[in-house]
Structures are given as structure tokens and as C-alpha cells.
Design a protein around this ligand. Structure first.
Ligand code: LLP
Length: 417
């Protein structure tokens, strides 16, 4: 069920009118539907009910604490990539034993912090990182649970910027080196070898690349077993895509069926790191039309949100559906919807047919819950926008709009000036 629906030509999030939210909170604003977040989590979770598993929500997609708490209430853990993410997740109440730590550039203080809090495991992405984690853990008198992120060299068929599992990618340890690293890991004093990990890319719309990668890792698991190395956790990563426009990604249930089929015989505890799939279609960005202008063949709609608020169109040429919050436009028009940033790349929509928005009209950008606010910045000294969560007929501000004072916080004018 879609929780962003029209009632009397007015767009609602669940039972709350978006116009009312903007009247109280201002624009631009990100709005999330609690019912959608919960439904997505449950659908993903149920897809794996046949096997022991834990969902470690990949919080880089949306790390706002109310979103995290929604998932933690349903039993989720997190996949983190920094000490900052770990701090946020702990503040929102995560169980440290459901935290996996990925990323190619873990810093000493972050490794120490993760060891202090007692996370489940580090997904190790390089030979040197493995050594470093062992050194730090030994110094602290601890053993770090680890999985090696194996790069299976499988093409996920997605945008090059979000492809991670090809052999020339910076991520993970290549499959031909991984066996050797497992053997070495077994000899390191600060290391407890407990798992194997993969993550091949994001916004995948087919299941085959996942299954192909799992099959490659299974060969490795069999070899490890002959050497007496028995792993408990199989981390399948994230990456399951969503529908932005005409894509037809598999439903979590179909993805689940294939993955369960491919992993059932292993007798391992499965971990998943979905990000986009849980939050992407649970959030929208609402902005206001400032001005319009027509130039020869080209029409522009200037709004109060820009590439600093939603970077995906500028970065990946990505598509976000556009809906009028109040359907009172006189028709459709082919236009670019652009923001106030001083760059030509500052567009949210390029040459697409959209409602003929006029000054003051509110515009909703759909499917903006993942990598939307999380990738926003204050470029051009534009304070980051507010976030709101809706549940039924209630809504609350879950992040205040930044102020200009927030932007200059921590700055000082050098004493020699
Ligand atoms: N696990 C790891 C190790 C990851 O690097 C990622 C995403 C995920 C899980 C979650 O992937 P998901 O389920 O969300 O596809 N900013 C880009 C996406 C970058 C993805 C980065 N890694 C975008 O807006 O499309």
C-alpha cells in the first residue's frame, strides 16, 4: 500500500496533509511515513524467516535517529561505516551485538571505539586493516570478531558509481587473495574469525548477481572448511533496488526465496545490510516553487530545494518522481526543475513533463528517503532542511531545520586577520 496518496486532490503522507506540514514546519522538508518504514522492514525480515538471520540496516542511507529507532523497535541491527554512525546508532538504542562495521578506511580511534562497545564484527576490507585491527584489539586485551569482505568480481549491472564488487573496485579483498588472508587471520592474536561478507553494489534490479556471488563465496567456504576454518556468519550485504520510475526490482520475498535457496545448505547465520530498500520509498522531499521562467525552447521551475538538499539527480542523473502537493495546475509542461545553487548541475528534474507549477506551489519529490537527507550539505551556506515523521494522523519534527548560526558554529576568524 502506498502511504503517499491524494485525498481530494491534496497529497497526504498517511493521514496528514503535506500542506499542513509545510504550513507548520516550512519548506523544504523531508517527510517519512512510519507505516512504510515498518512495512518494508517486515517484508524484508519475513523473506528470510526460514533461516536464522539478522538485518543490519545500512544506516548510511538514512541515519536520522527516529528512522533508526523505528527499525530497532522491529529487531534490526546496523551496518556502519564510521565511528559517527556507531555513535548515532548507540544513541538510538542499537544492540551492539547486531552491529557490523564495513568500510575501506577505518581509523584507529574508530576501531578502538567499536571494540570498546563490543560490536558483532568488522567486515575487513584489506590485508593491512586486518593486521591493524589485530594489533589494536591485542593492545586492548580483546579479540575482534571479523569477516573478510570478499570481492567476488561479479557485475551487478548498476550505475558505475555504485558498483562495488568488480575486481578493480576499491572494496574488499579479491577472491583469489581471500583464502590466504583467512589462513593468516587464524594466526593473529587479536582476531576471532567468525564470518564472510560481500556487498556487490547498490540499486540492483536482478537477483542473479547476488546468487552468482554467493555461489563463488560458497566455494571458498568449502575450502575453508577443509582447513578446519568454520564460519558462523554469512553477510550478504545490501543492494536490493527499488522502483524509482520504470525499474522492476524483485520483491523482497522473491529475492529472499533465491537467497535462502542458495544458502540453506550452509547452516550459517545470515546477515543482510539493506539500506535503500527499507527507506527509499518511505520518504519524500517537499519544496516550494519560487519562480518560473520560459526561455525559447526551455522552461525552468525554480524551487527552494537544490542539489545540496537532494544530490542524487546531479550526481547520478537519477530519477525522482514529481507530484504536485495540490493538484490545481493548469496542465503539464516540459521543464527543468532547478534549485538556488550556483551550478548548472543543480537540477532535480531535467527536461521532463511535469505539472505547470506556479509561484508558491508545493512540489513533492518521491522516493527520496534513501541517500536524500543523508547526502545533503550546506553548500552555498544553505542550512540543512527539517525532517518530519508521520504516523497515522500525527506528525513530529524529527530534526529541526538548521539555522545560519549552526552553519558558523565552530568557525573562528584567525587572530592574525
Ligand atoms: N553495505 C555496504 C557495505 C554498502 O556500502 C552499502 C551502500 C550498503 C550495504 C547498502 O546498499 P543499499 O541496500 O542501500 O543499496 N549514494 C548512492 C548509493 C551508495 C551506496 C553505498 N553503499 C545513491 O544515492 O544511489
Amino acid at each position: 500500500m502506498n502511504h503517499f496518496q491524494y485525498k481530494n486532490n491534496e497529497l497526504y503522507a498517511e493521514d496528514v496533509s503535506l500542506k499542513d506540514i509545510v504550513a507548520q514546519v516550512g519548506s523544504p522538508v523531508y517527510v517519512y511515513s512510519h507505516a512504510t518504514l515498518s512495512r518494508h522492514f517486515k517484508a524484508f525480515d519475513e523473506a528470510f524467516s526460514a533461516l536464522p538471520h539478522t538485518i543490519c540496516y545500512s544506516m548510511k542511507a538514512n541515519s536520522t535517529q527516529s528512522v533508526l529507532k523505528t527499525f530497532f523497535n522491529l529487531g534490526s541491527g546496523v551496518d556502519i561505516v564510521s565511528g559517527g554512525e556507531l555513535c548515532r546508532a548507540l544513541k538510538a538504542g542499537v544492540d551492539p551485538q547486531k552491529v557490523v562495521y564495513s568500510g575501506v578506511g577505518k581509523m584507529d580511534h574508530e576501531i578502538e571505539y567499536a571494540l570498546t562497545t563490543g560490536i558483532l564484527m568488522f567486515n575487513v576490507e584489506s590485508e593491512q586493516e586486518l593486521t591493524r585491527i589485530s594489533e589494536i584489539a591485542s593492545r586492548m586485551g580483546k579479540k575482534a570478531g571479523i569477516a573478510i569482505r570478499v570481492n567476488p568480481d561479479v557485475d551487478p549491472g548498476t550505475h558505475p558509481y555504485i558498483t562495488t564488487g568488480l575486481k578493480n573496485a576499491k572494496f574488499g579483498i579479491t577472491i583469489d587473495r581471500a583464502l590466504e588472508e583467512y589462513t593468516r587471520a587464524m594466526t593473529l592474536p587479536g582476531i576471532d574469525v567468525i564470518g564472510i561478507d560481500m556487498h556487490i553494489g547498490s540499486q540492483l534490479t536482478k537477483v542473479n548477481p547476488f546468487v552468482d556471488s554467493i555461489d563463488k563465496l560458497k566455494v571458498m567456504i568449502a575450502k575453508l572448511r577443509t582447513q578446519g576454518i568454520n564460519l558462523n556468519y554469512f553477510d550478504c550485504g545490501g543492494g536490493l533496488g527499488i522502483q524509482y520510475n520504470a525499474e522492476e526490482p524483485p520483491l523482497p520475498a522473491d529475492y529472499g526465496k533465491e537467497i535462502v535457496g542458495a544458502t540453506r545448505d550452509l547452516g550459517m547465520h545470515l546477515l543482510f545490510e539493506p539500506g535503500r530498500n527499507l527507506v527509499g520509498n518511505a520518504g519524500i522531499l517537499v519544496a516550494k516553487t519560487l519562480f518560473t521562467k520560459a526561455r525559447d525552447e526551455k522552461n525552468f521551475i525554480m524551487i527552494d530545494a537544490g542539489m545540496n538538499d537532494l544530490a542524487r539527480p546531479a550526481l547520478y542523473d537519477s530519477y525522482h518522481g514529481v507530484q504536485a502537493v495540490n493538484k490545481d495546475q493548469d496542465g503539464m509542461i516540459v521543464a527543468d526543475i532547478v534549485g538556488p545553487i550556483c551550478e548548472s548541475g543543480d537540477f532535480l528534474v531535467k527536461g521532463r513533463e511535469v505539472p505547470m507549477f506556479k509561484q508558491g506551489d508545493l512540489v513533492a519529490f518521491m522516493s527520496a528517503g534513501a541517500y536524500g537527507f543523508a547526502m545533503s550539505s550546506s553548500y552555498n551556506s544553505r542550512p540543512r532542511v527539517a525532517e518530519v515523521m508521520v504516523k497515522g494522523d500525527k506528525f513530529e519534527v524529527i530534526r529541526e531545520r538548521e539555522t545560519v548560526e549552526d552553519l558558523v558554529k565552530g568557525e573562528k576568524i584567525a587572530s592574525f586577520l
